[in-house]
Design a binder for this molecule. Sequence first.
Ligand code: MG
Length: 184
Amino acid sequence: MTKRVHSREVETAARTLLAERGVTIPDIAEIVFEMQSPFSPNLTMTECIESVDKVLTKREIQHALLVGIELDILAEKKLLSEPLQAIVEMDEGLFGVDETIALGAVFGYGSIAVTTFGHLDKYKLGIIRKLDTKTNEGVHTFLDDLVASIAANASSRLAHRLRDQEERLSKEEIALNDQEEKIG
Ligand code: MG
């Protein structure tokens, strides 16, 4: 039987893959800022970066990243079986499994994450649009949706944290909320 993989290894792999595919945490934080700043005039990029970083500690997100990016890479190397190879490579409009995996990874952050994901899927802000543009080099069929998922989660997380701060929850209470389970 294969040995169970340590969570640290999974997190490192997910973060490394994201970076190798050309997506940085500030890239995603910019989308979060655009989504949340209309609701929070004092919002800073630092808060958005921190929120994206926290979302990347969640196992559900890490697992979705590993699966989706792997399929993008295999399609790039033309290693998938047909007809899946052609479908993923051309980012076939009716495929939808890329959105399904990414959508599955937003449920842990509640309704704001779900509706924000829908918005990002439709309007493709920032780096999402860059990845979705098919003239770009490489296959990013899964990655664009995964980035939307991370941005949506980080937006929702931030909305809830900002409310905690407005309600002047103590530092300890906010820290406790931050130490939530890694299932999100
Ligand atoms: Mg896609």
